[in-house]
Write a protein that binds this ligand. Structure first.
Ligand SMILES: *Cc1c(COP(=O)(O)O)cnc(C)c1O
Length: 397
């Protein structure tokens, strides 16, 4: 597809990226299912492997390494994130785990924020530990203090901003710069911001990870993770991806690519609906505060404003101390439009209680917490559902 000269705006990139390799006249890349790839000759087989080993783009040699549908999706991610190479994995969790695993060996050490997506904590605690890799959890708002936590064997600084369920922002450029000075790799779970609202590689981070399950898929019908790497981190990351045989179906890549096309307009509406819900929550006497870095009063607002270009529809609500757990359950259990379910980023609204685990920092709040995903329903209908919910909550008190 012929292209006007760069730079393109993010919205245009969402509509055009990954369409350079088209060999057919359809708008979208073909969904090419396949394991075996036929080569013209032994020399051709050797040449493709040699090109890969010399650092060329992943050649099409065998289905496990991806085909044209994968490449179109990877091209789009690279364009959005400013990445060297991208890869899709079976889940967001696999993407997080492999971005750590690729850089450690027995005796090594990793740094992980106390606000991390919980299954990553479990992986560090149970699996990494079994392989002799130690983890130090750190205060996500530690800033320059992170320097003192590096040891001679620290290989990975893991980041996540904002934090899962608690929404602390991190000074990503500063942390990435310190990791680099210490000879470690920095990698970030960038799921909340999506590739549209934050480009970590442009701020010095080596690897950006997404649960594409969330806004990239956008319809609660896809499980996928992605890694996007700069040039320096790619060789070890590629080795891990190849050696663990991590692959995804072309059908899933086509769904993810289709999700990207509408992600910008969906996110704008998720944000608008989140704003409407947040304004309503802030008027409720039982609400202590809303956790959402886009709010001017949020402790992470300055960092969010400096580094991010938008906010999604996911936020937390902290209830005042004294609200009984049974009252919160009465609120949640009777909701009609908000689903009670894991994950987020689909078209539908969700609301679940939060139980953030902390091992090195105090709990962020001394009352109950819940997490809201503002979907694409009419916010007036959502607020009517919440009004009934808060009436149930008050009835229990
Ligand atoms: C959901 C989520 C993941 C994991 O994604 P799955 O595809 O569900 O494995 C990772 N990180 C964050 C921040 C998430 O919210």
């Amino acid at each position: 597809m012929p292209r006007p000269p760069a730079p393109l705006s993010a919205a245009t990139t969402l509509a055009t990226a990954g369409r350079d390799r088209e060999t057919f006249e359809f708008v979208n890349p073909p969904i090419v299912r396949g394991s075996t790839v036929l080569h013209a000759s032994v020399a051709d087989m050797k040449a493709r492997i040699a090109a890969r080993n010399a650092g060329a783009d992943e050649p099409i040699t065998y289905g496990i390494y991806g085909g044209p549908t994968h490449q179109a999706f990877y091209d789009a991610l690279n364009a959005l994130e400013g990445g060297h190479r991208s890869w899709a994995l079976p889940s967001g969790l696999t993407a997080c785990v492999i971005a750590i695993q690729a850089f450690v060996k027995s005796g090594d050490h990793v740094l992980v924020p106390d606000s991390v997506y919980w299954p990553v904590r479990r992986y560090c605690r149970d699996t990494l530990a079994r392989f002799g890799v130690t983890t130090t959890f750190y205060d996500p708002t530690i800033g320059a203090g992170i320097e003192a936590l590096f040891t001679p064997t620290t290989r990975v600084l893991w980041l996540e901003a904002p934090g899962s369920h608690t929404f602390e922002m991190q000074d990503v450029p500063l942390l990435a710069q310190i990791a680099r000075a210490k000879g470690a790799i920095s990698a970030i779970d960038n799921t909340w911001a999506t590739p549209l609202y934050f480009q970590p590689l442009k701020h010095g981070v080596d690897i950006s990870v997404h649960a594409a399950t969330k806004y990239i898929g956008g319809h609660s019908d896809l499980l996928m993770g992605t890694v996007t790497s700069n040039e320096r981190a790619w060789p070890p990351l590629r080795e891990a991806l190849h050696n663990y045989g991590l692959t995804t179906s072309p059908d899933d890549c086509a769904l993810a690519l289709r999700g990207l096309r509408s992600m910008g307009v969906r996110l704008a509406q998720h944000r608008a609906n989140a704003d409407a819900l947040i304004a309503w929550f802030q008027q409720q006497p039982e609400v202590a505060r809303v956790l959402y870095p886009a709010l001017p009063e949020d402790p992470g607002h300055a960092l969010w404003q400096r580094d991010f270009s938008g906010a999604c529809g996911l936020f937390g609500v902290a209830l005042k101390k004294g609200v009984a757990e049974a009252a919160l359950h009465a609120l949640i259990d009777g909701l009609q439009l908000f689903g009670r379910g894991y994950s987020w980023g689909g078209f539908e609204s969700l609301l679940i209680q939060s139980f953030p685990e902390r091992t090195v920092t105090p709990p962020i709040h001394d009352g109950l917490l819940f997490r809201v995903h503002a979907g694409l329903e009419d916010p007036a209908d959502l607020i009517a559902d919440l009004e009934l919910g808060f009436a149930r909550l008050r009835a229990v008190r």
